[in-house]
Ligand binder design. Structure first.
Ligand code: ADP
Length: 167
C-alpha cells in the first residue's frame, strides 16, 4: 500500500553536515521524494508539530531544539517521502526515538546522542503512523508544494492577497 511520510532533518543533523548521509541512507528505501524545502520554524509551528509532547518536562527544550536554538542553525529540511509501506520502511531505517537504544546501524543509532540536559538529539523526525503523517504533512506543506495529490484539496479565490514576486 502506498503511504506518505514527513521527514525533517533536524538542526543537529544540519549542523553535523549529515544531510547527504541521511538522504543516502533514505534512498535505500527506493521511495520517492515528492516535496522538499528548507523551513525556518516558528514557535507556533514547533508547538503544533509537537502538540502530543505538551505535558512532557522537556517540552520547552524540544521546541528550542526543533527551532534550531540549541544548534545555531535556525532551520530544518522538510520532505515528503512517498511509496510502498513508506512509514514502516522509514521508521525502521531511522531507528528508535532514544538514540542510545537505537540499533547502531540505523540513522539515529549512527548519528544521534543524548545531550547533557537529557534531550534526545536524534537528527531526524519521521511520521509514526498514517494519521500523524497526514496531520504533519498538512501542517508543513501546502498542496501546491507537493508534486502528487496526497489528500483531497479545494480551490478558493483569494482577493487582495499579497504575494512576493521576483522584480
Ligand atoms: P519520534 O520522534 O521517534 O516520533 P516522539 O514523538 O515520542 O518520538 O518524540 C518527539 C521527540 O522528542 C523525539 O524525537 C526526541 O527528540 C524527543 N524526546 C522524546 N522522548 C524523549 C525523552 N524521554 N527524553 C528526552 N527527549 C525525548
Amino acid at each position: 500500500m502506498n503511504q506518505q511520510a514527513l521527514i525533517l532533518i533536524k538542526p543537529d543533523g544540519l549542523k553535523k553536515s549529515l544531510t547527504g548521509n541521511i538522504l543516502t541512507r533514505l534512498s535505500e528505501t527506493k521511495l520517492e521524494i515528492v516535496a522538499a524545502k528548507m523551513v525556518r520554524v516558528s514557535r507556533e509551528l514547533a508547538a503544533e508539530h509537537y502538540m502530543h509532547m505538551k505535558e512532557k518536562p522537556f517540552f520547552e527544550e524540544l521546541i528550542k531544539y526543533i527551532q534550531g536554538e540549541l544548534h545555531d542553525r535556525r532551520k530544518v529540511m522538510a520532505m515528503v517521502y512517498w511509496g510502498e509501506d513508506a512509514i514502516t520502511k522509514i521508521r525502521q531505517l531511522s531507528g528508535s526515538t532514544n538514540p542510545e537504544e537505537a540499533d547502531p546501524t540505523t540513522i539515529r543509532g549512527s548519528y544521534g546522542r543524548i545531550t547533557t540536559k537529557g534531550l534526545y538529539e536524534n537528527v531526524l523526525h519521521t511520521s509514526s503512523n498514517e494519521a500523524e503523517a497526514e496531520r504533519e504533512i498538512k501542517l508543513w506543506f501546502q498542496p501546491d508544494e507537493i508534486i502528487v495529490n496526497l489528500y483531497p484539496t479545494k480551490t478558493v479565490t483569494i482577493e487582495k492577497a499579497k504575494k512576493i514576486l521576483w522584480v
